[in-house]
Write a protein that binds this ligand. Structure first.
Ligand SMILES: *Cc1c(COP(=O)(O)O)cnc(C)c1O
Length: 439
């Protein structure tokens, strides 16, 4: 795909209405996320939220956050988003951050800041390392790869939480950063952030919490009385936290926030190039041009919902997640992996093939991500899913009966893409071919 010659190149222009019609046709086979049959990739609250996001995005789509001088509106929006998110994350006075394009960019910047901080503050030079639970998001491995900092995976226990004692043994003088997830995506459990941050503080290094998926949900669950293991800036030793607004913030795609305990720390994230003939250049994040639409849409949804709106949506989503988990456990042969802290979780079959169960559900129109090590199916539950809980459980009960005794189904690449390396094939080559040919 994406090959020159395959799409026919630029064609003669067509009327506006025809372009609209072509888009309509093109999207006919897309996942129908409004119907809530998809359990990842899209975080949808309701029609009103969608409408405000759309209005804000379209209004500001041409603007560029690279210059808050040309667009003071965007400067104000970003600043209010960071202040709002910072309060949710228990950030102390003086904490500072930036909006980015997503969880991956936020993590990349957290590692970049840690690397550049270490270059100034640590005596050990040479190859830097960082510790991350093996359940941590691949974006961190990507960041390590891009930035030349070696990821050192920390095993997780039977409860899928990082083993803090193992982390302690893996820390070396080259370690510059300890990462934990709140929660990790695969099983929805929060790592022992207190212990990981204590280790970082003891060694005089930094500690980042990846709350990409949890940052806009855990604070509200806590306000609703749910007991959540401590994970935010109230934990001493936590030096930065990332939170995606395009997940449980229900913003448009392309919005995340990265916050640091102090402005001094955030400074290590920045990049400047004073000698450019185009003028002295200063860029706070990875992107050069920063999409005003995404910044404005994130601000608009925070403004529309406010604390009370997010509380209402969190209550609906967590109630739906609770009913789903109870319903799943009541189906013979199915179980939940670990003890999820939030509204996303994995389940599996005990005495038949979990992927075959995924196939049976797919035939009934449900898109469930397939995980591995061990095999499981994955649900990210949003407020929009409340309406399908009963239908989902009815289909799951039927599917479980059908899958029993069936041949194994196919495993999955992440996020709903199916694929399995043929026996004996190199998994990395298989995935590179997959990107080369399928995408
Ligand atoms: C989604 C996610 C990421 C990556 O975020 P993107 O917005 O997809 O780049 C990182 N960490 C966790 C825990 C996530 O859930």
């Amino acid at each position: 795909m994406n090959e020159v010659g395959s799409g026919g190149g630029l064609r003669k222009g067509i009327p506006y209405q025809d372009v609209i019609a072509e888009m309509e046709t093109a999207s006919a086979q897309d996942a129908d996320w409004r119907a809530a049959r998809t359990w990842s990739l899209v975080y949808h609250a309701d029609r009103e939220v969608e409408a405000i996001v759309q209005a804000a995005y379209t209004r500001f789509m041409a603007t560029n956050g690279l210059s808050p001088v040309a667009f003071p509106s965007l400067g104000r929006f970003e600043s209010e988003v960071i202040a709002g998110v910072g309060t949710l994350l228990g950030a102390p006075e003086g904490a500072a951050g930036s909006m980015t394009s997503g969880g991956t960019e936020s993590l990349l910047l957290a590692l970049k800041a840690a690397r550049d901080w270490a270059a100034v503050h640590r005596r050990d030079r040479g190859e830097f390392e960082f510790l991350l639970p093996e359940t941590a998001h691949p974006a961190l491995y990507k960041a390590g790869h891009y930035l030349g900092v070696k990821p050192v995976p920390v095993p997780v226990g039977p409860d899928f939480r990082a083993d803090a004692a193992a982390a302690r043994k893996l820390a070396t003088p080259r370690t510059i950063l300890v990462v934990g997830s709140a929660p990790a995506f695969p099983h929805g459990v929060v790592d022992p952030i207190g212990e990981l941050a204590a280790l970082a503080a003891e060694r005089g290094i930094l500690c980042h919490v990846d709350a990409s998926v949890g940052g806009m949900m855990l604070p509200f669950l806590e306000r609703l009385g749910r007991r959540i293991p401590p994970w935010d800036f109230r934990v001493p030793g936590v030096t930065s936290i990332s939170t995606d607004l395009h997940k449980y913030g229900y913003a448009a795609k392309g919005a995340s926030a990265i916050l640091y305990r102090s402005r001094e720390l955030r400074r290590f994230q920045f990049f400047v190039q004073p000698g450019w003939p185009g003028g002295m250049y200063a860029s706070p994040t990875l992107a050069g041009t920063r999409p005003g639409g995404a910044i404005a849409a994130a601000w608009a949804v925070l403004r529309l919902l406010g604390e009370d709106g997010y509380l209402r949506l969190a209550r609906t989503a967590s109630e739906a997640a609770r009913r789903l988990m109870e319903g799943i456990c009541a189906i013979p042969g199915l179980f939940i992996l670990g003890e999820p802290d939030m509204t996303l979780f994995a389940f599996a079959a005990r005495d038949f093939d979990t992927y075959a169960l995924g196939d049976c559900m797919r035939r009934r129109g449900w898109r469930l991500d397939r995980q591995q090590l061990p095999p499981s199916l994955h649900l990210v539950v949003t407020a929009n899913h409340a309406k399908v809980v009963d239908a989902f459980l009815a289909d799951l009960r039927e599917s479980a009966a059908e899958a029993r005794g069936q041949a194994p189904g196919v495993a999955g690449a992440a996020y709903g893409m199916l694929g399995e390396a043929p026996p004996g094939a190199n998994a990395e080559d298989f995935l590179l071919d997959f990107l080369d040919q399928v995408l």
